[in-house]
Ligand binder design. Sequence first.
Ligand code: SAM
Ligand code: F3S
Length: 455
Amino acid sequence: MGQSRENKDISDLTYKLETMGCQMNMADSERIEGQLQGLGIRPLDPDVDKNKQPDVVILNTCSIRDHAEQKVYSYIGPHAKRKRDGEDVTIIVAGCVAQQEGEALLRRVPEVDLVMGPQYANRIGDLLEDVSNGNQVVATEASHIMEDSTKPRRQSTVAAWVNVIYGCNERCTFCIVPTTRGVEQSRPAESIVREVTELVEQGFKEITLLGQNIDAYGRDMIPKRKFSDLIRIVGEIPGLDRLRFVTSHPRYMSLGVVDSVAETPAACECFHIPFQSGSNEILAAMGRGHTREKYLHIVDRIRSRIPDAAITADVIVGFPGETEEQFEDTLSLMREVVFDSVNTAAYSPRPNTPAAVWDDQVDDAVKQNRLQRINALNLEHAAQRRARMKGRTVEILVEERNVRVPTQVMGRTRHGYIVYCDGEIDELRGKLVNVEIDTCEQYYLAGKPVAQDGH
Ligand code: SAM
Ligand code: F3S
C-alpha cells in the first residue's frame, strides 16, 4: 500500500473483505479484519461511503468445491481493472485457493499484491508492510503458526469461534485441506483458556472450538493432551453458557468426548461427525480409516449416553467408483441414524488429490441424481427430528433479528436448531430465552417466549 497515495486521505483507508467457505475461513477472516482495523483501515460502509470503492480488497477463498478458482478470478477481475485504470487499490487473495495456486495467481492476474495461505491469517500486518515497500508477496510456505496476539474482529457479539488445532494430518483421497492448511498444530490449552476467558468477559455467551479433525487435539504436543480434557477445562470457564466444537472424525473420536459432553453442563448436546459414505469399500477408497460399523457404534454410544443429542454430518455422493448399491448403503446408513441435518455434496475432483486422477469417475448426471435423492432424504429426516420439539419449552440463545419479520428474534437451541419468536432484538441479543415451540419446519422452529421466573 501507499505506493501512490498522493490523492488519497491515507487516514481514511477502507477495505472490503469477502469470505467463501467454512467456519475456519470465517474465523481467519475475523483475524484478518482485526489486524486491518488495528492498522487504522476501516470497513467500507455502503451507507456512508456512497459511490466509493475500497482501497484494500481481500478475498478469503475456499477450494473445497468446484469452480472455486473461476469464482476468484471473476471477483478480483473488476478490481484488477480499477488498478489497470490507474486507481491505487491493494488486492489480496487469502485462504485455500491462494495456497493452492500460489505464484500462478500472480502470473494470471499480475495486479494482485498479496497471495497468502491460511497459515498466514494472523500475519497480514507484516505482509502488508512488505507490499507497501513495493513488493508483490506470495506467502504460502508451510509455517509454524505463531501463538496469536492478534485480536479478531468478531462478526457476532454473542457467539465466537476459537481455533484449537490448525491443519490436518489425514490424507482423505478427495480432500485438499492437508495441502492448503498444512500439518496439525495444536494450540496450548492455556492460550485457548485465556482467549475464551477474555471473550466471556467481553460478553460472548457461546464458543465453538474449531479443528479439521478436532479429536487429534494435543497429539502433537509434549506432554500429549486430550480433546476430551479440553472440553472439560474450557467448559468450566465461569460465565460461558454454551460450548460447541467441530469437526469430529469418526476414526479418532474417543468415547471420552461423549462422556465429557454429557458431564460438562456448558457443552451442548450436539455432535458434527462426517461419515462421507455408508459403504465400507468407498470408505476404504477414501482413506477414511473408519468403517460403517465404527460410525454406528459412535452413534449408539451418543444415543445411549445422551439420548436427545443432535447429530449432524457431511457426506459425499458420486465418489470415483461408487456403484448404485454402494450409494444405497449411504442412504441406508442415513435411515439407521436419522440425522438432524447433513451437508451433502457431489464429489468434485480437487487439484493434487489422489482421487481426482482415478479413471473410474462417476458421470455428472448420475452424481446429480444421487445428490437429489440424498437431499430429499435429508430434508425428510430434518423435519422428522425437529417435529419432536413441538410442545416442548426450549432454551434459545438470541443472536439476531429475524430478517424476514423484524418484530421477531432468531436464536438457537442447544441442539443447534434455529428458532424464531417475538421479541425486541436490542433487549434480547445475547440473552437466554425459553420458548414454547408450536411450529416445526425442516430448517427452523418457531414459538412463543415463556415468562421467566420473577417476570
Ligand atoms: N475435517 C472434516 C472431516 O473430517 O470430514 C472435513 C473437512 S472438509 C473442509 C468439509 C467437507 O467438505 C467434507 O466433510 C466433505 O464432505 C466435503 N468435501 C471435501 N472435499 C470434497 C470434494 N473433493 N468433493 C466434495 N465434497 C468434498
Ligand atoms: Fe480433509 Fe480428511 Fe482432513 S476430509 S480435513 S483430509 S480429515
